[in-house]
Design a protein. Structure first.
Ligand code: PMP
Ligand code: GLN
Length: 391
């Protein structure tokens, strides 16, 4: 009656937790989205484009003005030289870009190396495309892979590897040394890297995002994915970018043409405007988010919680076991949203097998008061959990 991959699939943890947060009128520090409206000039550009711009089908690969702006952006921030006409495709969010990459590049029976914790869309998409996920398990506190792990995972059947950096949910950046190691394996096994870099602009404390595409041997074998939703804190916008050398772009376009074909032209124009006019935004946004991160970390520390470092993304992780919580992350997060009025995401949801079960992910892209109240409620959840165990 139904495809087995989807029939067996649970509803994504983000929808589950946001649904519970609404039902219990909880503070939602689960799903990653800011509580601010996003840059006004860009929203005005979108409104203007809806009223006076073109609202018919744009070109399939995206509005030229946006594709050129994307190429300029990556040249400036990441030193990549891209030909916008043959190497940049606009998609309906990074999610569609991921689907394009997996559908266009996987042949049934291919192996696809993934790293867990993994963004929950990857493994089901890979399976639906006929691939077999081979999962490398990463662990706190460093969440790094090493040569032995890659030796065990890669084989002559490895068609793709998917890398997410900065990594959601761990909030870590893949170090240059590890990127170089992965590039070495991609070249050795003739593997294409699908790089989910949606958080590339959201990095803190002077850290620099390095695209795998820039490493030796990777220019022709990387599909780089970006998201305007993350760049401009407009997560509902769903304007994504697929960057790849022309032979890859040509086949990715075949997937894109029958997934969505195009992405709303007004939003594309507004993102093009944003990329051309947002020097100040890119200067200040990371610092403001880092201040929110520190605000939440401070509030949690005062409540006796231990946190892990956050180098990028909207997320800060709490080490539950080191914070006096004795139940696993999933039970604790369900208790927190239902009984204490605060939603978080259990990191075990990002593993298919052998999960790390003692970490909860919190989104700090919120007002200070919300963060403080969230921390208080999380402490209340811990008290309830301890009382439950004792009772
Ligand atoms: N990949 C990762 C790692 C993400 O965190 C997200 C969304 N937060 C996406 C992909 C999806 O991005 P989009 O909303 O542009 O589809
Ligand atoms: N990427 C967002 C997060 O990690 C959620 C996106 C979604 O809900 N699919 O919270």
């Amino acid at each position: 009656m139904a495809n087995a991959v989807y029939a067996a699939l649970p509803t994504t943890i983000f929808a589950v937790m946001s649904g519970l947060a609404r039902e219990h009128e909880a503070i939602n520090l689960g799903q990653g989205f800011p509580d601010q409206p996003g840059p006004e000039a860009i929203r005005r550009a979108a409104a203007e484009a809806v009223l006076n711009g073109d609202n018919q089908y744009p070109p399939m690969g995206g509005v030229p003005e946006l594709r050129a702006a994307v190429a300029r952006h990556y040249a400036r921030f990441q030193g990549l030289e891209l030909d916008w006409a043959s190497e940049v495709t606009v998609t309906s969010g990074a999610t569609e870009a991921l689907a394009c990459a997996f559908l266009a590049l996987i042949e049934p029976g291919d192996e696809v190396v993934l790293f867990a914790p993994l963004y929950d869309a990857y493994a089901p998409m890979v399976r639906r495309a006929g691939g077999t996920p081979v999962i490398v398990r990463l662990e706190p506190p460093h969440w790094r892979f090493d040569r032995a792990a890659l030796e065990a995972a890669f084989s002559p059947r490895t068609r793709l590897v998917a890398l997410n950096t900065p990594l959601n949910p761990t909030a870590t950046l893949c170090p240059d040394e590890d990127l170089a190691l992965l590039a070495e394996f991609c070249v050795r096994f003739d593997t294409v890297a699908v790089c989910d870099e949606v958080w590339e602009q959201v990095v803190f404390d002077g850290a620099v995002h390095r695209p795998l595409m820039g490493f030796p041997g990777m220019r022709e074998r990387t599909v780089k994915i970006g998201s305007a939703g993350k760049m401009f804190a407009l997560t509902g916008w769903k304007v994504g970018f697929l960057i790849a050398a022309p032979p890859l772009t040509q086949v990715l376009a075949k997937a894109h043409q029958f997934l969505t074909f195009t992405t709303p032209p007004n939003l594309q124009s507004a993102v093009a405007f944003g990329l051309a006019n947002s020097d100040a935004w890119f200067e200040t946004m990371p610092g403001e988010l880092a201040a929110s991160r520190d605000h939440l970390a401070g509030a949690l520390r005062r409540e006796g919680f231990a946190t892990l470092p956050s180098q990028g993304t909207y997320f800060l992780n709490v080490d539950l076991a080191a914070s006096g919580v004795t139940e696993d992350d999933k039970s604790f997060c369900l208790r927190a949203v239902k009984e204490a009025g605060v939603a978080a995401i259990p990191v075990s949801a990002f593993y298919e097998t052998d999960p790390v079960t003692s970490i909860a992910r919190l989104c700090f892209a919120k007002r200070g008061q919300t963060l403080e109240e969230g921390a208080r409620r999380l402490a209340r959840a811990r008290d309830l959990s301890i009382a439950y165990k004792a009772g």
